[in-house]
Design a binder for this molecule. Structure first.
Ligand SMILES: [Zn+2]
Length: 128
């Protein structure tokens, strides 16, 4: 198969990853160093997975659609319509819940988030 970003045929298998739908084969492009997974819905996206991941994280963190949009533009130089971000949220919210995006975006951030979630759970426990 070819790279979904640059269409290079120099693609190697690089481990697997898990999501709500099961185990996916991860591929790595030798030319643009992009990594992607077969048949997970991202192939047809015009934007890189990491941009979508960042947008969804920002949105999950409670940022307004406008701020999410600005963030993408200021930090990543990516211009995305608010409507598009809204569609990502709708389409990928199931992955957010499964934690798949946490691992895709950054392992450090995922563990920081897990700590935060544990803290909140503990607080709730203490209150009840
Ligand atoms: Zn590539």
């Amino acid at each position: 198969m070819n790279c979904i970003y640059c269409n290079s045929s120099s693609v190697v298998k690089r481990g697997t990853r898990h999501n709500a739908l099961g185990v996916k084969q991860r591929h790595l492009c030798n030319d643009c160093h992009g990594s992607f997974v077969e048949h997970d819905g991202f192939e047809r996206m015009r934007h890189r997975e990491k941009d979508i991941v960042r947008a969804l994280h920002d949105y999950e963190d409670g940022l307004s659609m406008e701020k999410v949009q600005n963030h993408l533009w200021q930090h990543d130089g990516v211009k995305v319509a608010r409507k598009t971000i809204y569609e990502w949220v709708k389409k990928y919210s199931i992955f957010l819940k499964s934690g798949e995006f946490e691992r895709a975006a950054s392992p450090e951030r995922a563990s920081a988030r897990r700590r935060k979630i544990r803290k909140v759970k503990k607080k709730r426990l203490l209150r009840s």
